[in-house]
Design a protein around this ligand. Sequence first.
Ligand code: URA
Length: 231
Amino acid sequence: VPVPVVAVPEPVLPAAVPAPAPASAPMVTPVVALRPTGVAAMDWDELRAAVSSCRACTLCERRKQTVFGVGHPQAQWMLIGEAPGEQEDLQGEPFVGKAGQLLDNMLRAVGLTRSEAPAHEQVYIANVLKCRPPQNRNPEPQEVAQCEPYLLRQIALVQPKLILAMGRFAVQSLLKTGEPIGRLRGRVHEVQGVPVVVTYHPAYLLRNPLDKARSWEDLCLAREVMAGKLR
Ligand code: URA
């Protein structure tokens, strides 16, 4: 029996819809997906999981792992840096490279540590960005904007008595200002009700050791704030 041949016109796809991938194409995870909602209400476990699976900016493409933070979850001192570098990306912990060694020495000088200790001695350290920018380039504004809710939630969960913001990016993105560090040092700022003291980034101090004296002044200011002498 002859089968009637009916000409079926090719469906016309709207221009914006990409052609479907051939069946043999490998599965590709979308590079940029929406950041999970509800970050501001997450507990530590939820926040850690949200960060480790985050694909809200293109930094997720090249990271070895996310770098969440380290230290006491109820620390009195919270230190905030810029973004993971090569060593941090490999080890999954903030400030483990050369700058981190300097930071550990500075902390030791004021009786603090990142290692296991009571909450008044053990700090909490986090970065503005949780993923390494390629070649350690400066963070882009949209990367900072995507990552910021995670840091704000970390601050809310730790509820530190003091934040030490280290380096231009941490300082300017936390304080929402374009002013240089030199103009922001020496006084007490505030984020989410927490006093903030501003200082140089340890990596900057490695390149400019003469400014270590100024960073010591900043640590002394931070100690005075902690002692309740200043607010
Ligand atoms: N620089 C930062 O700002 N953070 C790190 O974790 C390492 C280097």
